[in-house]
Design a binder for this molecule. Structure first.
Ligand SMILES: *[C@@H]1O[C@H](CO)[C@@H](O)[C@H](O)[C@H]1NC(C)=O
Length: 107
């Protein structure tokens, strides 16, 4: 092998071993307890027939309760309410309201 080829080989080895170093798992991050949080948004635009919204809140025990709603093109309002808690995981409850005309009903 010429010395140039050797140099290329050496570079490849260095790159591969650097990659392995950076791919190594990061040191264990400290675990913080869940932070309580809450969010909510609603979009209502009757002209554009846009009606949807969502909300979610989580408590310090890691339990999450939320829901979302969306007015479907066929006039049904789909509502999903869900909880996420411990072993039971994500539990959704889905309901539909036919011929919903939710606009301007307020919150
Ligand atoms: C959250 O969203 C669900 C589904 O749309 C709704 O039933 C519930 O009233 C909402 N809660 C709040 C606090 O807005």
């Amino acid at each position: 092998m010429t010395s140039t080829k050797w140099l290329v080989c050496a570079l490849v080895v260095v790159c591969v071993s650097m990659r392995q170093v950076s791919a190594a798992p990061a040191p264990q991050e400290q675990e913080y307890p869940p932070m309580p949080y809450e969010y909510k948004y609603d979009v209502e635009d009757q002209e554009k027939a846009l009606y949807f919204g969502a909300n979610e809140s989580g408590d310090a025990q890691g339990k999450v309760v939320g829901g979302y709603k969306v007015l479907l093109p066929d006039g049904r309002l789909m509502t999903v309410e869900y909880t996420v808690e411990g072993e039971s995981g994500f539990v959704p409850k889905i309901s539909f309201e036919d011929n919903a005309s939710p606009f301007g009903k307020g919150k």
